[in-house]
Design a protein around this ligand. Structure first.
Ligand code: NZQ
Ligand code: ZN
Length: 392
């Protein structure tokens, strides 16, 4: 087992009506002014934003608003947010939405507190020295940003999508009411669940050994999400199923499922980020479109691990030939993705990848990874091209 640090400072307030506590929770932070940051419409339409502002006003909390965050959140809005916060003297950011809004909030937090050009952190130029405190009211179970140290921003200049991880950005608190996710379109629910599973799978497919407890936690998370997303495709308002996937989303990405490992592979994520940057697709759907091509390309490096996944997560019968079991698990995952209307090839999202686009994504991905990508089989640029081509 590898040494590890497990740092989860985020206070979680989970359950029905949890968002009504937001005013009191922020009041306890003793901040001067709050930036209320949100997306492109769903929080307004559902009435959630009105309830949040009422809760802030009831506590006498001063705030300014900045909406308009889009999926694959843009750097230009981050710059706008930094300027607004500086002008208004904001010292706390409340994100109401999903991973895109929370990530935009974290980037604004770095920009205000660390100074200089915030893109520097995503462009490997320097490390952030501070971040404004960020908290969230989560409206979609997916990215896990509500407890993670990561944020992913898209620079429209070149459509470069990059992640940056720093402990400074772990949110202060996360309000999670599963009921708030009931207004999600089925496609977003499914895409979010793919992302949740992938956050555990990226860590599960690693090069470490001897981590029975972490493996067990990971396998339970994967089976739980798989079972409950199937329920949600039939019953979108099933509270318990919403609650199971929402909590799984946080546990998948708060570090729990990497304790004792080398941190995992993450190649599928990095390959998807290039796809998301270029084609503006839903992140989880993009992951589903790439994963099995990656898995078939690399499984021979760790056939036993892929076979364990096949048996313990996908329900393949144990005891057979290891390679065949591993491949059966990958095929079963593809069937599962199709069963929740997720793609297993890029073309299933209506995108026809050209050779030039594959070359561009591989080039950007190699630059972004700063060298070979992943640990199961470190990928050179030619490997990335082969995987993108198989995923066409
Ligand atoms: O903008 P609105 O109108 O709110 O619409 C959103 C958006 O279109 C909608 N939505 C959210 N909650 C809703 C709702 N619609 C109806 N009812 C609700 N309750 O859903 C759409 C997707 O929202 P988004 O925030 O983009 O989803 P998600 O949480 O999947 O975030 C995706 C982003 O997070 C990044 C991804 O790359 C992508 O940019 N990631 C962030 C990570 C992190 N910070 O740790 C890790 C992940 O691997 C991921 O890369
Ligand atoms: Zn993800």
């Amino acid at each position: 087992m590898e040494n590890f640090v497990f740092n989860t400072p985020t206070k979680v307030i989970f359950g029905k009506g949890a968002e009504n506590q937001v005013g009191a929770l922020i009041k306890a932070q003793n901040c001067k002014k709050v930036l209320l940051h949100y997306g492109s419409g769903s929080a307004k339409r559902s009435g959630l934003l009105d309830r949040i502002t009422a809760s802030l006003q009831a506590q006498g909390i001063d705030f300014v608003e900045l909406g308009g965050v889009v999926p694959n959140p843009r750097l230009s809005l981050v710059y706008e947010g930094v300027a607004l916060c500086k002008k208004e003297g904001v010292d706390f950011i409340l994100a109401v939405g999903g991973g895109s809004v929370i990530d935009s909030a974290k980037a604004i937090g770095y920009g205000v507190a660390s100074g200089g050009d915030v893109w520097d952190f995503y462009n490997f130029k320097r490390e952030a020295t501070a971040c404004l405190p960020v908290a969230s009211v989560l409206t979609i179970a997916a990215a896990g940003s509500e407890m993670s140290d990561a944020s992913v921003i898209t620079n429209e200049d070149g459509w470069i999508k990059r992640g940056y991880s720093n402990e400074l950005s772990r949110p202060v608190f996360a309000i999670m009411n599963p009921e708030l996710t009931m207004t999600l379109p089925a496609y977003q629910t499914a895409s979010g669940c793919v992302d949740i599973m992938m956050h555990t799978m990226e860590r599960y497919f690693n090069k470490s050994d001897n981590m029975e407890l972490t493996d067990g936690i990971s396998e339970v998370i994967l089976r739980t999400v798989k079972k409950n997303v199937a329920i949600l495709m039939q019953e979108p308002e099933n509270y318990n199923a919403r609650a199971e996937v929402m909590w799984a989303g946080s546990l998948s990405h708060n570090g729990l499922t990497e304790c004792g490992t080398d941190g995992g592979d993450w190649a599928t994520h990095k390959l998807e980020h290039e796809l998301g940057g270029l084609f503006d697709i839903a992140h989880g759907a993009g992951l589903a479109a790439i994963w099995s091509s990656w898995a078939r390309y690399v499984y021979r490096e760790r056939p036993q691990r892929f076979a364990q996944f096949a048996v313990n997560v996908m329900g393949i019968a144990p005891g057979g030939d290891t390679d065949k079991t591993a491949l059966a698990g990958i095929a079963a995952m593809e069937d599962f993705y199709h069963s929740i209307d997720m793609p297993t090839r890029v073309s299933e999202m209506g995108i026809t990848l050209t050779d030039a686009q594959i070359e561009e994504m591989a080039e950007k991905c190699y630059t972004s990874a700063q060298g070979p990508l992943g640990v199961v089989k470190p990928l050179e640029k030619a490997d990335m091209i082969a995987i993108y081509s198989a995923a066409r």
